[in-house]
Write a protein that binds this ligand. Structure first.
Ligand code: F6R
Length: 337
């Protein structure tokens, strides 16, 4: 049941705080997480293998690890044949459904190469979890909308726990994540509804820097899949190296967390080309009227920034008369090559 919401996607965005709460409490008490973190700490390299939204969540993990002295490589599951693992390497497979064929095939190849397999799925005894040496579960609850929403933030929470265990960090900072999500949903929904009427262009860019880049990528994927708007995400610095050629009067550019001074320069640059600038941020930039501020602690920013990106895609979809729960050409679980 949609529990009073018009769509599963909207219901599931609103369920994110609860999903993340469950993820945190189960993963913090899961012995398998300790075992997984021990294996990752001793790994030669960690291949983080996933598709779609799960791949974007995986980019947080590779980033955290690469900022430490460990080596983590993000692998788009269908591209597994471009890599070779060896004994001592570890695969961290991320799949909400636990059934994505590309991920299964990648696991098979990397296991043959000699790697050990850790998985995080949302379905107990899914095929991918059965094929793993260590099985971790998000326990975000079932997700019925085709677009991954609550399971994305739950994956991010899972990966934060895992990296904190790997890096021997205190995990108490995570306790605030559900509240940050709840505030972000409550405080941005009205504005995203209004912004959705301003995305009236065939293309949109999502630009960010650092930790915001995977969020920009996820925002672009969401608006493509549920609202059929052509969207691309780039690290803002990279936008100068080609993408800016497309920017003309009225071109929407959504900046994700542009609090950084470097991003302000990119904002000015896009503005001077006539772009219609939007800012989803934890700080005020005063560079556009289309600005939404979310509250967050430094380490928990993905939880504050994700809901508005998901809500924007949802409302653009609904405005265009599309059913965001059942976008054309897409299936919840992709079991073909
Ligand atoms: C996007 C989406 C897809 C999935 C992808 C992987 O909203 O739902 O991109 O994220 O098909 O699915 P799982 O995580 O089940 O392997």
């Amino acid at each position: 049941s949609k529990g009073g919401y018009s769509h599963f996607m909207l219901k599931e965005i609103h369920e994110s705080p609860l999903a993340v709460k469950e993820t945190i409490s189960t993963m913090l008490s899961d012995e398998a997480v300790v075992e997984a973190s021990r294996i990752i700490s001793n790994a030669n390299r960690v291949f983080v293998v996933a598709a779609g939204t799960s791949y974007h969540a995986g980019l947080f993990f590779t980033r955290y690890l690469n900022l430490s002295s460990l080596t983590a490589i993000p692998v788009i599951a269908s591209e597994y044949s471009s890599y070779k693992a060896k004994s001592g390497d570890v695969v961290l497979a991320l799949s909400q459904s636990g059934e994505t064929l590309d991920v299964k095939m990648a696991i098979k190849k990397f296991r043959n190469d000699g790697a050990s397999i850790i998985s995080i799925t949302n379905v107990i005894e899914s095929t991918i979890s059965r094929e793993s040496d260590v099985k971790l579960y998000m326990r975000a609850g079932p997700e019925l909308g085709v677009a991954a929403t609550k399971t994305f933030v739950s994956q991010v929470a899972s990966l934060m726990i895992l990296k904190s265990r790997v890096l021997n960090e205190d995990t108490s900072y995570l306790a605030k994540a559900p509240q940050i999500l709840e505030d972000a949903v409550e405080e941005t929904e009205g504005k995203m509804k209004r912004w959705s009427t301003l995305i009236d262009f065939p293309s949109v860019y999502y630009l960010s820097k650092g930790i915001g880049v995977p969020l920009a990528m996820e925002g672009a994927l969401k608006i493509k899949e549920v609202a059929y708007v052509h969207a691309e995400a780039y690290p803002a610095g990279e936008s100068k190296h080609g993408p800016i050629a497309l920017v003309s009067e009225g071109f929407p550019v959504i900046f994700v967390n542009p609090g950084l001074d470097e991003l302000k320069v990119n904002m000015e640059e896009m503005k001077s080309r006539g772009a219609k600038i939007f800012s989803i941020s934890t700080v005020n930039t005063n560079l556009t009227d289309n600005e939404v501020i979310v509250k967050s602690e430094r380490d928990l920013e993905p939880f504050a920034l994700s809901p508005p990106l998901q809500l924007l895609a949802f409302y653009v979809s609904v405005n265009k008369g599309i059913d965001p729960d059942r976008p054309r050409n897409l299936a919840k679980t992709v079991t073909v090559e």
